[in-house]
Design a protein around this ligand. Structure first.
Ligand code: C5P
Length: 229
């Protein structure tokens, strides 16, 4: 089975207050994207990986990748306004003979190799899989004025992470239908589920958090300086 990596990295990090693309934010001496990609190198998934980027920063991304991974070919594709648009563009850029696509946020630099393996195995078995972790916190559903309206049963709740891994035909069809029906989601597995596909949940790790706000960036730097990843 030919497996290809797709990294959505076109976000501009508004919530991070970043001056430029979030994926190029410095994490203790190297761009976040480089650290994220390195997790996939042992699996042989870097050559031919598709990375969606903000088009205006193509030369910066090209330089960063050439210096961190000399000689490794990447396919840099312009992202879209939303993550879903970026992933859709990336799906169009996959090689014609790719069977399985591993979609992983550039903003999750501490993904465990075991989680990547488990998501690929589950996608081969079931067609679609997402890494996720059972919720430890009680989740509150609020009304628009920040008053509590509902408290879902925590025992069935998981927090979504990436990688999300799919048979290419399954995820392409799910995106196509979402586009046609103007349905927007912050992840890809949801698109598969809403058209009736099975999505296997694969247990991730708390370290695989998404760098979103300045506090996450501080935490990411502590993780590295503390030798935790
Ligand atoms: O915005 P958020 O942090 O949820 O984005 C998750 C991932 O999707 C990030 O790696 C980000 O670079 C990427 N993204 C993208 N295109 C967008 C928005 C986000 O590729 N338009």
């Amino acid at each position: 089975m030919k497996t290809q990596l797709l990294i959505p990295a076109a976000g501009m990090g508004q919530r991070l207050g970043a001056q430029g693309p979030k994926a190029l934010t410095d994490l203790c001496g190297e761009p976040m994207l480089v650290r994220t990609l390195r997790a996939f190198s042992g699996l042989g998934l870097l050559p031919g990986a598709v990375v969606t980027i903000p088009g205006a920063y193509a030369s910066e991304f090209r330089n960063v990748l050439a210096s961190a991974f000399p000689g490794t070919p990447f396919s840099l594709i312009d992202g879209g306004a939303e993550r879903q648009d970026s992933v859709e563009n990336g799906l169009h850029a996959l090689d014609a003979d790719t069977d399985i696509v591993v979609i992983h946020d550039a903003a999750r630099p501490f993904v465990a190799v075991a989680s990547i393996h488990a998501s690929i195995d589950a996608a081969i078995a079931y067609g679609a899989a997402t890494v996720a972790i059972p919720c430890n916190d009680t989740i509150l559903e609020a009304e628009s004025d920040d008053f509590l309206c509902n408290t879902p049963d925590r025992s069935i709740l998981w927090a979504c992470q990436t990688p999300q891994t799919f048979r290419v035909d399954v995820i392409r069809k799910a995106h196509e239908i979402a586009r046609r029906e103007e349905f927007v989601s912050t992840d890809d597995a949801t698109l598969v589920r809403r058209v009736g596909g099975a999505v296997k949940l694969v247990r991730g790790t708390p370290l695989n958090f998404k760098v979103t706000a300045p506090g996450d960036l501080a935490l990411a730097r502590c993780v590295i300086e503390g030798g935790l990843a």
